[in-house]
Design a protein around this ligand. Structure first.
Ligand code: SAM
Length: 279
């Protein structure tokens, strides 16, 4: 598809507010399609189809595509361009308000995949929505801001590792697929981008007894990044030093370590020990 021509023909002026940056480079599109490991029988939810470049490719490859686009101005264009594909269903809605249980029941039998070039201004709530609906979603292949991709796929001990890495890696195996430059989009965004793949699992990668406590500890530990875990927990949870020291010892964690060096298993052990003190 010639995006420039379509924009001219339909008088489309991309909305900054809605994060409209249309893909004009075939390479990232091909990489997303390949990463999604698409099969004929698949159902795919696309978030923000824009002018339909990705939508049309998906429509040719899978059984059903549901594409949710918020912008009513793009809708007639999308309808026209995808019109001959009976397996593409367009919804003029806000993805954050979309009931995925309902979409799943009405359009897909079984789990579906998400393939999308995301509107970056709502990346975090979309990621949370994907993780919360992991019982419905098999996999998500998404274009995000490069920094977000690095945080999503970061391993312990690296600068990018933090709460987002843990929250997503707990429920998904994350692969960084490729980096994408600004010139791949029209208009080019201010930031570099990357494609990531999340293979979702219904159960967390480790057995967590109290998820609320787990995230309370993770948030407290990362609250003051330059401090040791011991000192961060002390100031954030208002617990006595010796009790935190004891909990760290029982969890097998050196008290001088910083939060970014702890893996998910270690945070699980630590939250289990801290829970015994707090309760
Ligand atoms: N998929 C197209 C492409 O790759 O060329 C467009 C991607 S563009 C980065 C993001 C798209 O998400 C835009 O079409 C925008 O209108 C749409 N969008 C923004 N906010 C949305 C929301 N809350 N719900 C659904 N779509 C949204």
């Amino acid at each position: 598809m010639n995006v420039k021509k379509v924009m001219r023909e339909f008088g489309i002026r991309p909305s900054k507010r809605l994060g409209q940056h249309f893909l004009i480079d075939e390479r990232p599109l091909a990489a997303m399609i390949e990463a999604a490991e698409l099969k004929n029988e698949d159902g795919v939810l696309e978030i923000g189809p824009g002018l339909g470049v990705l939508t049309l490719k998906l429509g040719r490859l899978v059984r059903k595509v549901v594409a949710v686009e918020k912008d009513p101005a793009l809708f007639p264009v999308l309808e026209k361009l995808t019109g001959k594909y009976k397996n593409i269903c367009l919804l003029n809605e806000d993805v954050l308000k979309l009931d995925l249980e309902k979409v799943s029941k009405e359009h897909f039998d079984g789990k579906f995949k998400v393939v999308a070039n995301l509107p970056y201004y709502i990346t975090s709530p979309i990621l949370m929505k994907i993780v919360e609906n992991r019982h419905l979603i098999k996999m998500a292949v998404i274009m995000v801001q490069k920094e977000v991709a690095q945080r999503l796929s970061a391993r312990p001990g690296t600068r990018d590792y933090g709460i987002l890495s843990i929250a997503v890696q707990l429920y998904a195996h994350v692969d960084l697929i490729c980096q994408v430059g600004r010139s791949a989009f029209l208009p080019p965004p201010k930031v570099e981008s990357a494609v990531v793949r999340l293979k979702l699992r219904e159960l967390p990668s480790v057995n967590i007894e109290d998820e609320k406590m787990f995230f309370r500890i993770v948030e407290a530990a990362f609250g003051e990044r330059r401090k040791t875990v011991k000192n961060s927990l002390k100031s954030r949870l208002s617990l006595p030093s010796d009790e935190i020291r004891e909990a760290l010892k029982k969890a097998g964690i050196d008290e001088n370590r910083r939060a970014e060096t702890l893996n998910i298993e270690e945070f699980t052990e630590l939250s289990r020990e801290i829970a015994k003190i707090i309760k």
